[in-house]
Design a protein around this ligand. Structure first.
Ligand code: F0G
Length: 412
C-alpha cells in the first residue's frame, strides 16, 4: 500500500504523536491509531474504527536475558501486552475496521492460533461474525479457548496443516464473499507496521542496531520493514535497523532460502516450502509462508538476515525470558535463542543495541511451560528436551515444621 505524503506536514508528527498519549479518546489511547497519519483511514469517522486499545506495549529491559545472549543489554518489545495477548491485535484493528468500512458481515481466517483469537475479539466487538479455520490438534489450548470465548464459529480441519487449510479457505472466500483476514490482507500489515513506529517513539527515535523477530508466515517481518522504510522515506529517521528473522529449525523454509540468497547475492532463487513443518512453537509451524517475497525484500533493504534455532534452544531461551520476570510464548522465545547464536558467531556485537519482539503472552501456551518445568517436554520427533532451567512444583505436607525445614534448606 502506497501513500502520497507530499502535502503532509511531517515535521509536526513526532510531537503530535507524543501529545496524543496524554489524551483519553479511544483512538489516541490506541498505540495503532495514535499514528493514523501513516494509516489508510484518513477521514474515517472515529466510531467506525474498531479498537480495543491495542498497542502501547512496553519496551522492557532484561538483564538476565542479555547476559544469556552475551549482550551488554537487550530490550524486549512485548506485544503480549495486547488485548488478546499477541501482536496480531495491532493489525486486526485495521483489518476489521476495513471489513466494517466495506460492509462485510462475515470475516474469516486460517490461523495457528493468535490471528484467530485476535480476529474473533475484534469481529465480535464490531458486531461481525468471525469464522475461524484451525489445524486440528496443533494449536495451543489458550488460543483455542480465546476463539471460543470471543464467539467465533471455530472449524478444526481434520488432517490438514496451516498451509493446506489456507489454500482451502482461499477457494471458499472467492466463492462465498466472506472477507479474509489473513496476513496477506494489506490492512493488517498497515496496522502491524505501527509496532515499528511505536518502538521508535518510545525510544525517543533512537534507531537500534538490530530488531529481531520470529518468522512464520512472514507478515510481521514485512510489516516492520515497511514501517521503518516509510519512516526513513519521510525523513523521521535517518538510518534503518538490521532486521533478523528467526525460525524454528523444523519449520525454516525462509531461513534455508535466505542462506543461499545472501551467499550468492543472486535474485530469483527458487523458494522451497517445507511440506511437513514441525515445531512445538506451533505459532510458527508454517512451511509455505505467503509473505516470503516481502520479507526477502525487507532483509535485503535493511542488511538483515535469517537464523534458525532448535527446539531445545527455544525452550531454554523461553525459560530465561520467564526468569527475567517477563515471560512469552514459545515462538517469541526464538528471538532470544537466535540472538544468542548470532552473538556467538560474531554477527551481533555484544555492545549492539538489540530489540527483540516478543510476539505473544506467556499464558498462551501453559501446557508447554508445565511440561518443560516438570521434565516432560518432548520434541515433535519425540526426543526429550532437557529442562535446563526447570522449576518444578514441589509437593509438601500440610505441616508447618516440614515446610520451615524445607525453607531452611533453601536458605543454606
Ligand atoms: N509469533 C507468534 C506468537 C505468532 O502467532 C506468529 C504467527 C508469529 C510469531 C509469526 O509471525 O506469521 O507474521 O511471521 N502467527 C500466525 C497466526 C500465523 O495464525 O496466528 P508471522
Amino acid at each position: 500500500m502506497e501513500y502520497d505524503w507530499n502535502e503532509a506536514n511531517t515535521s509536526s508528527w513526532k510531537e503530535l504523536w507524543r501529545e496524543r498519549r496524554m489524551d483519553n479518546s479511544p483512538l489516541n489511547q490506541s498505540g495503532v491509531w495514535r499514528y493514523r497519519e501513516m494509516l489508510p483511514f484518513e477521514g474515517a469517522p472515529p466510531d467506525r474504527i474498531i479498537t480495543l486499545r491495542e498497542g502501547s506495549t512496553p519496551l522492557l529491559r532484561g538483564p538476565l536475558a542479555a547476559e544469556y545472549a552475551g549482550l551488554r543489554q537487550i530490550t524486549f518489545k512485548h506485544q503480549g501486552f495486547n488485548p488478546t495477548g499477541s501482536f496480531k491485535d495491532n493489525g486486526m484493528t485495521c483489518g476489521v475496521s476495513q471489513a466494517v468500512r466495506l460492509g462485510k458481515q462475515i470475516v474469516a481466517c486460517v490461523s495457528t492460533g493468535n490471528t484467530s483469537a485476535s480476529m474473533a475479539a475484534y469481529a465480535s466487538a464490531a458486531g461481525l461474525k468471525p469464522l475461524i479455520f484451525l489445524p486440528h490438534g496443533n494449536i495451543s489450548f489458550g488460543k483455542l479457548a480465546q476463539a471460543l470465548e470471543y464467539g467465533a464459529l471455530t472449524l478444526q480441519v481434520k488432517g490438514a496443516n496451516f498451509d493446506e487449510i489456507l489454500a482451502l479457505v482461499r477457494q471458499i472466500a472467492d466463492r462465498s464473499g466472506i472477507y479474509l483476514l489473513n496476513s496477506i490482507n494489506p490492512f493488517r500489515i498497515e496496522g502491524q507496521k505501527t509496532m515499528a513506529l511505536e518502538m521508535l517513539d518510545q525510544n525517543d527515535w533512537q534507531v537500534p542496531d538490530w530488531v529481531v523477530m520470529p518468522g512464520g508466515n512472514l507478515g510481521n517481518a514485512a510489516a516492520f520493514g515497511k514501517g521503518f522504510l516509510e519512516l526513513r522515506e519521510l525523513g523521521l529517521i535517518d538510518r534503518l535497523p538490521r532486521i533478523a528473522v528467526v525460525q524454528a529449525s523444523g519449520s525454516a523454509p525462509f531461513y534455508s532460502y535466505m542462506q543461499v540468497r545472501l551467499a550468492t547475492a543472486k535474485a530469483q532463487q527458487g523458494f522451497a516450502p517445507v511440506t511437513a513443518p514441525e515445531t512445538l512453537a506451533t505459532a510458527i509451524r508454517i512451511g509455505d509462508p505467503v509473505s516470503w517475497p516481502k520479507a526477502e525484500s525487507v532483509l535485503l533493504r535493511t542488511n538483515g538476515l535469517a537464523e534458525s534455532v532448535t527446539e531445545q534452544e527455544i525452550a531454554d531461551a523461553k525459560a530465561i525470558i520467564g526468569r527475567s520476570g517477563i515471560g512469552c510464548e514459545p515462538a517469541s522465545a526464538a528471538t532470544l535463542a537466535g540472538i544468542r547464536k548470532l552473538v556467538a558467531t560474531g554477527t551481533i556485537n555484544p555492545t549492539d543495541r538489540v530489540v527483540a519482539v516478543l510476539t505473544g503472552n506467556v499464558l498462551k501456551d501453559p501446557d508447554y511451560i508445565y511440561r518443560y518445568h516438570t521434565g516432560e517436554l518432548k520434541t515433535p520427533a519425540n526426543a526429550a528436551i532437557t529442562s535446563t532451567y526447570g522449576n518444578p512444583p514441589q509437593m509438601v505436607d500440610s505441616n508447618p515444621e516440614t515446610i520451615i525445614e524445607l525453607l531452611q534448606k533453601l536458605a543454606n
